[in-house]
Design a protein around this ligand. Structure first.
Ligand code: HEM
Ligand code: HEM
Length: 189
């Protein structure tokens, strides 16, 4: 039964074989944490005085750059050594789950690109904890900058709504179906 890619099931590690590998688990939860932090920073920086808002925007950009690195590493890991598990065995729902995961990857990738583009189309340098990364583009019109910012906002909301459904499905697996799907990605099993 060779359902795992990246690693094969061995008789000496039957329990490990039913779970994602440590690196995949770490990358999943760091991504989830960073995405939620990014969203909360952006939704709440408007409520603070100017210096705090500025600090929150710089933190958002800096974490965004870290998230970009994590995302790239995750794609490489998934495509090479990362363990992949068979679907839960729920027929059409397996296909829905797979499509959701693919959509999350696609939306995340788009959001990262739009994040860089938002800053640069506002004709400002990106800041990574104070280290400035200037725009590779020339002057961009205010209208274009606004459109890119709107796209970044819409994709952010799409990710949060889809990830919310994804998390709800994981909890349904755990508490209703009791099939161990959530446990296989939990850090402590
Ligand atoms: C999944 C990751 C991310 C999420 C969920 C997210 C979310 C958001 C949201 C909701 C806004 C507010 C948009 C508005 O109200 O018009 C925003 C603004 C912004 N984001 Fe992101 N973002 C992410 C990644 C990034 C990345 C990777 C960068 C750049 C490296 C970035 C740079 C910016 C900038 C420059 C702004 C505008 C800040 C300002 O108003 O001065 N974001 N982001
Ligand atoms: C912003 C937050 C999140 C994002 C972007 C996200 C994204 C993803 C993606 C893309 C996968 C597919 C992994 C792969 O096959 O390569 C995945 C798997 C998984 N996620 Fe999340 N996730 C998030 C939050 C959560 C939360 C909060 C939970 C639990 C409550 C959760 C539970 C799971 C489970 C159980 C799997 C494995 C599903 C399976 O093996 O069929 N995720 N997640």
């Amino acid at each position: 039964m060779d359902m795992l890619r990246g690693e094969t099931m061995t008789a000496s590690a039957p329990c490990d074989a039913a779970r994602y590998d440590g690196m995949s688990i770490a990358l999943h939860w760091v991504t989830a944490l960073l995405v939620i932090t990014q969203f909360l920073l952006a939704e709440f920086w408007g409520f603070f005085p100017r210096p705090t808002t500025h600090l929150m925007v710089v933190t958002h950009m800096s974490l965004g750059l870290i998230l970009t690195g994590i995302y790239a590493l995750r794609l490489v890991w998934r495509g090479t050594a990362g363990r992949q598990l068979p679907p839960a065995g729920l027929g059409v729902l397996d296909r829905v789950a797979k499509a959701t995961h693919q959509a999350l990857y696609a939306l995340l990738g788009a959001e990262l690109v739009l994040g860089f583009a938002t800053r640069w189309t506002h004709n400002q340098a990106l800041s990574f904890f104070g280290l400035l990364i200037p725009s590779p583009f020339g002057h961009i019109s205010r209208q274009t900058g606004w459109l890119v910012g709107q796209a970044h906002d819409i994709v952010a909301w799409s990710i949060i709504v889809l990830a919310g459904c994804h998390a709800a499905a994981a909890l349904l697996h755990h508490y209703v179906l009791k099939d161990g799907v959530l446990r296989r990605i939990l850090p402590l099993g």
